[in-house]
Design a protein around this ligand. Structure first.
Ligand code: GCO
Ligand code: MN
Ligand code: MN
Length: 389
């Protein structure tokens, strides 16, 4: 029998080199796992069943590596891709690790740092393009402040815009065809990061020279850190035609950046998210930006990676159950029922409609007294999730 929960290339499950490659360093403790080489991580991901692997420039080619070191690494990495059939759908730049970025990259007060960040990003785009990436992610980890004494936030927005506009032109000039995906995060590692939520980036994109080239990369953990509903951020991005990529993981609300296995914390939110992505027909990568608990060895890292994909597929199957459940669908039909009687008064504005609507009588008590049965509906969601439906 076909295993419904077996990852396949068509599911587009990807991981970053930095995710399965995390050595478990945290602000309080040293690494707990030995670093693996990028090509070893490709074999590990293939064993776990992933479709693709993404990277920051420095994950693949260490900062400051010589040209010959670069060639040697690329040779082995490309060989690993060939051996496993894994692809590279997305690439990105590390603009946060090196001390030069301690006060930001594109938004730094120092014009030399801003120029260096552009140089590093162009080189990283060259590398991503060479390996076939089509999506280019921008996560501005250090683009923020620890004190507002340091920077004018309007200057920061203008600098960030100038950088993205510059890189859009580079993308066009080189014929790379990247779609840019901006990833918001409210804080960590800075006290406050600019553009703290996906919604902030959605508004910013329309102020760019090439808005059509730029979308977002929402991450579960980042909206949860801000105490927000992730599904709503994703839905807004989707509705705007801007969901170019997605970072799946999990996270307790309003805590430090936990980056847990997808579904590890909020199964119900994960369920409605998977249902949304599958229902609307999102075709991009399902990228897991998370890492294994610090308690794990590399067997545990594989358990982590398999768990992310398996939970996604289990929830996908639960979403099919939800869509096929007559009682659930009946309740949804009832609450969304529309007899068309309001159509003459609503929709596209006309003065006549407005006048008629202003004089229409509503039986407000009757409308307000209607029970909506959301208790029943939510319980049915729980029962689907708990496996008894
Ligand atoms: C984080 C971010 C990063 C980015 C990555 C790709 O919280 O550290 O989510 O993992 O996604 O840098 O741009
Ligand atoms: Mn993150
Ligand atoms: Mn991320």
């Amino acid at each position: 029998m076909e295993d419904l929960y077996q990852p396949k290339p068509e599911h587009r499950f990807t991981f970053g080199l930095w995710t399965v490659g995390s050595v478990g360093r945290d602000p309080f403790g040293a690494p707990v796992r030995q670093a693996l080489q990028p090509w070893e991580l490709v074999y590990l991901l293939a064993e776990a069943g992933a479709y693709g692997v993404n990277f920051h420039d420095d994950d693949l080619i260490p900062f400051g590596a010589s040209a010959s070191e670069r060639e040697a690494i690329l040779k082995r990495f490309k060989q690993a891709l060939k051996d496993t059939g894994l692809v590279v759908p997305m690439a990105t730049t590390n603009l946060f690790g090196h001390p030069i970025f301690k006060d930001g990259a594109f938004t730094s007060n120092d014009p030399r740092v801003r120029a260096f960040a552009l140089q590093k990003t162009m080189r990283a785009m060259d590398l991503g393009a060479e390996l076939g990436a089509k999506v280019y992610v921008f996560w501005g980890g250090r683009e923020g402040v620890d004190t507002d004494a340091a920077k004018n936030p309007v200057d920061a927005i203008k600098r960030f815009r100038e950088a993205i506009n510059f890189l859009c032109e580079y993308n066009i000039d080189q014929g790379y065809g990247f779609k840019f995906a901006l990833e918001a995060k409210p804080n960590e590692p800075r006290g406050d990061i600019y553009f703290p939520t996906t919604g902030a980036y959605l508004a910013f994109i329309n102020t760019l020279d090439h808005p059509e080239m730029v979308g977002v990369n929402p991450e579960v953990a980042h909206e949860h850190m801000a105490g927000l509903n992730f599904l709503h951020a994703v839905a807004q991005a989707w509705e705007a035609g801007k969901l170019f990529h997605i970072d799946l993981n999990d996270q307790n609300y309003v805590r430090f950046d936990q980056d847990w296995r997808f579904g590890a914390q909020n199964l119900k939110q994960a369920f409605f998210l998977v249902k949304f992505l599958e229902d609307v027909g999102y075709e991009g990568s399902r990228h897991f930006d998370a890492h294994a608990y610090r308690t794990e060895d590399y067997e545990g890292v594989k358990d982590f990676a398999r768990g992310c994909m398996r939970t996604y597929l289990v929830l996908k199957e639960k979403a099919c159950r939800w869509n096929a459940d007559p009682e659930i669908q009946g309740l949804l039909q009832e609450v969304n029922a529309d007899d068309g009687s309001m159509l003459p008064y609503t929709g596209k504005y006309s003065r006549k409609k407005a006048e008629q609507l202003k004089s229409l009588e509503f039986d407000v008590d009757k409308i307000a007294s209607r029970g909506l049965q959301y208790e029943k509906l939510d319980q049915l969601a729980n029962e689907i999730l708990l496996g008894i439906r």
